[in-house]
Design a protein around this ligand. Structure first.
Ligand code: TYD
Length: 207
């Protein structure tokens, strides 16, 4: 079994296709002989899955700050109890969304203060940072067409919200070019996955 401690996060608006690529990347890395763990946010641990239910339930009304704190609370749990120990054991950790989702959705989408949001990331995760973040960028029309019919609480937000979220993600990538790689996700899955593999190979130094 190959050993590599690497934390990779997959980001983008709902309907961008990131979850498909998390699954493909997991399978591909296992084929290369790596120890891989795939997690999702919000969720994975018992506590975080319960918080996820609250966050995605359309009947739950909450303020933007409550929403922000719930995402960070879920993240604190999964980071301390799963991500950090897995990385310590030299595993590759793939995470479907991480703190950039909060910056994009609660910061840019809900218009909360970005500095405050980023401060809360550090409260929630301490020194843990993704080594690589793949941002699956797609136009709103394509993303909306790909989403299922049953929309959760966040997905029920209007188009203008997702416009801000997408622009927010691109702004994050612009500010952190070495960590965040933008992938044009409007193309067919196989073509997009070639880019995913290219970025992973570079990080793992495999040919
Ligand atoms: P996701 O797992 O992508 O939803 P799905 O099960 O439909 O694929 O994410 C759940 C929702 O939570 C999604 O609309 C984005 C939102 N979200 C935030 O607003 N902030 C965050 O910090 C995270 C992690 C997710």
């Amino acid at each position: 079994m190959k050993q590599a401690s690497l934390f990779v996060t997959f980001e983008g608006i709902d309907g961008c296709g990131k979850s498909t690529h998390v699954a493909l990347a997991h399978r591909w890395l296992v084929q290369w002989g790596y120890n891989v763990a795939t997690l999702r946010e919000p969720g994975t641990t018992d506590v975080a899955e319960q918080i996820r239910r609250l966050l995605l339930d359309k009947k739950m009304k909450m303020t933007p700050v409550t929403e922000l704190l719930l995402y960070e609370a879920a993240r604190a749990d999964i980071t301390a109890r799963q991500i950090a120990p897995l990385l310590k054991r030299n595993q590759i950790v793939l995470c479907d969304r991480y703190f950039d989702s909060t910056t994009a959705y609660q910061g840019y989408g809900r218009k909360l203060d970005i500095k405050m949001v980023k401060f809360l990331h550090s409260v929630a995760v301490g020194p843990v940072r993704p080594d690589l973040t793949l941002l699956f960028d797609v136009d709103l029309a394509t993303a909306f067409a790909r989403r299922g019919k049953e929309l959760d609480r966040l997905e029920s937000e209007p188009r203008a919200f997702f416009k801000r979220v997408r622009a927010g993600f691109l702004e994050i990538a612009r500010r952190e070019r070495s960590r965040v790689k933008v992938i044009d996700a409007a193309r067919p899955i196989e073509v997009v996955f070639e880019d995913v593999k290219r970025h992973l190979k570079k990080k793992l130094a495999i040919a």
